[in-house]
Design a protein. Structure first.
Length: 158
């Protein structure tokens, strides 16, 4: 086999193998353990935290003021759905004066798994079939004495 065929085979193999590599994507805040450790309760305030860690990903809307720094890294192999490799949330709690009270780091164990592509919608109460939905109101609408019954026109007695 000539050197041109070998070079072509090596190039084709490299191209095919490159297509089999996974795609790693980082979203959100990039965790830096040194910067996170430098935020000290009782010493830092909102301005110093913003200067050290940057703008938070989310802030609390109710209750005590909390800033959240959300970070996640996903990987996706060819022809598959992405999966979460790492996920962390840094929560910085403040008092009413704006001073840091505490910091908490939570991981992937706190994530609720949901299925947004489910074919069913859960309902509360009694489940009815198609025919019951279709024929269930026959005889109820417009029955004498039932609410909503009547023939229109003038009210009775006028």
């Amino acid at each position: 086999m000539g050197w041109m065929k070998r070079a072509g085979l090596v190039l084709a193999s490299a191209t095919v193998l490159a297509g089999c590599s996974s795609i790693d994507v980082h979203r959100g805040y990039i965790n830096d353990s040194v910067l996170i450790a430098s935020v000290q309760p009782g010493l830092d305030n909102r301005e110093s935290v913003r200067g050290t860690l940057g703008q938070p990903s989310l802030t609390s809307q109710f209750g005590d003021p909390v800033w959240y720094y959300v970070s996640s890294r996903t990987a996706q192999a060819p022809f598959s759905q992405p999966r979460i490799d790492t996920h962390s949330v840094l929560a910085v709690h403040f008092d009413e004066a704006g001073n840091v009270v505490s910091t908490d780091v939570t991981g992937i164990d706190q994530i609720a798994r949901i299925d947004p592509e489910s074919d069913t919608t859960p309902t509360l109460g009694r489940e009815r079939g198609f025919l019951e939905d279709l024929f269930g109101n026959i005889g109820r609408v417009g029955a004498p004495g039932a609410p909503g019954a009547g023939g229109g026109g003038r009210p009775p007695g006028q």
